[in-house]
Design a protein around this ligand. Structure first.
Ligand SMILES: Cc1ncc(COP(=O)(O)O)c(C=O)c1O
Length: 441
């Protein structure tokens, strides 16, 4: 695209954005970004308040208020453990998914360094996992990053082939935060068990959407976060199977069996315990409802918006996750316009949306850069209303058309002037004019 055409596009875009914003500033917001975070449930707020105001003791204090706090702490641990089929001593409270991932990876690497210095993960992990591995690479560890297929699936056989005598740890997420792909975790765990390699899975997006049973999953370590399941931000837990060696990565006091120092955040732990129990009890019923909403959205978008596609698998997918690409569209513009029309969605993971780089997940499933840039993630939650889907698709159809009408690239496409290989997206599949540089799904 020439600079002049690009400038015209930008000016037109901002004019349109301003106009739509003025028209719709008072419209109610429809929140469709539950993979980024969720609101705190009122019944969860109630249990927190008790610990902020009355039962506020430090579990390490030896007078009665402290003893009471300690008893509560251990009861919350038991509640979580029994709801995921773990032992209480296998649950460690941390500040959230990021810390759980960092600790699982760095702590188990450090504790098992005698075995070797090789680690395995996948190319589509959350940055909390990927950057933990990058940091270990700087310390001399060797990391194998496994590729995924066009749906974002890791092949357990690839894990088996990548394992070496000096492999210490494999980490593959249970469900992806961007495209919702659910990995064959039990099969990967079984490969690791046979090879006597520790297996960690990031289950941050899975909890609340899938029923979690740590024994069935076969994982040695699992990361969880509160704010994806209607508890506050800043709390989570790491499941560490009894017998798995893990070193502390923080220096401090003797809390959490001397493995994770820091005064326990009892109000948030109370909230987390309640949220986990509710999530495990409600996930099956929620799953049916969200799957039907998501499929309705898939069908309506694909039938009404040309050159669109679904990213990720249709079947092995989190119930509430929809991820699309729209050709000739820039994802950030789409998001801002949707926001101005009252719909809050995401274009990639929330943690990377400040960056102009296309999503590493979409690139890993084989999308060319320009298609990866035009992506949209819609994630439903417990209060999402199926009646909002028609409104969203109506708005999406108009916005996509308007943005394409302003796109010099689309104009070139219509005039048959696109010189480079280009994908025309149709429904679930992609059809490539030149058969080069594009994926087929
Ligand atoms: C898959 C996954 N892992 C880890 C995290 C980080 O969790 P937290 O925000 O609790 O640090 C997220 C958050 O988006 C996530 O989606």
């Amino acid at each position: 695209m020439s600079i002049e055409k690009y400038n015209i596009f930008i000016v037109n875009y901002y004019r349109m954005y301003d106009k739509v914003k003025q028209m719709t500033d008072t419209k109610k917001k429809i929140y469709l970004d539950h993979a980024a975070t969720t609101p705190v449930r009122s019944e969860i707020l109630d249990v927190m308040m008790e610990h902020f105001i009355n039962n506020f003791g430090n579990p390490s204090s030896i007078y009665s208020r402290g003893v009471e706090a300690k008893r509560n702490l251990e009861n919350y641990r038991k509640d979580i453990a029994s709801s995921i089929n773990a032992l209480p001593e296998e649950i460690f409270f941390v500040s959230g998914g990021t810390e759980a991932d960092n600790w699982a990876i760095k702590g188990s690497a450090k504790a098992n360094i005698k075995k070797g210095r090789h680690l395995i993960t996948s190319a589509i992990e959350h940055h909390a996992v990927l950057n933990s591995f990058k940091s270990l690479e700087k310390e001399g560890w060797e990391v194998t990053y496994l590729g995924v297929d066009n749906y974002g699936l890791v092949d357990p056989d690839d894990v088996r082939k990548a394992i070496r005598d000096d492999t210490v740890l494999v980490s593959v997420m249970m469900a992806n935060n961007e495209i919702g792909t659910i990995q064959p975790v039990a099969e990967i765990a079984s490969v690791c068990k046979t090879a006597k390699v520790i297996f960690h899975t990031d289950a941050v997006q899975a909890l609340g959407a899938l029923h979690i049973d740590v024994k069935e999953s076969g994982a040695d370590m699992m990361s969880f976060s509160g704010h994806k399941i209607y508890a506050p931000k800043g709390i989570g837990f790491l499941y560490v199977r009894k017998g798995v060696k893990i070193a502390s990565i923080l220096d401090g006091g003797g809390q959490e069996k001397k493995k994770r120092p820091g005064t326990e955040n009892l109000p948030y732990i109370a909230a987390l315990a309640k949220a986990v129990v509710i999530a495990q009890n409600e996930c099956c019923e929620m799953s049916d409802r969200l799957t039907s909403m998501r499929n309705d959205l898939f069908n309506k978008v694909l039938s009404r918006i040309p050159h669109s596609r679904i990213n990720g698998s249709r079947e092995k997918r989190l119930p509430g996750n929809a991820n699309f690409s729209f050709e000739f569209i820039e994802g950030e513009s789409l998001l801002l316009l949707l926001d101005s029309m009252g719909y809050e969605c995401s274009s990639g993971s929330a943690c990377t949306s400040g960056s102009l780089d296309p999503s590493h997940v979409l690139l890993a499933i084989g999308l060319p850069h320009e298609i990866a840039h035009g992506s949209l993630r819609v994630t439903f939650g417990k209060d999402s209303d199926p009646d909002d889907i028609d409104g969203l698709v109506d708005v999406l159809e108009v916005i996509v058309k308007r943005l394409r009408d302003m796109s010099p690239l689309y104009e070139d496409f219509l005039n048959g002037k696109l010189s480079e290989p280009h994908c025309m997206l149709t429904g679930d599949s992609s059809y490539c004019k030149s058969n080069e540089g594009c994926i087929r799904v």
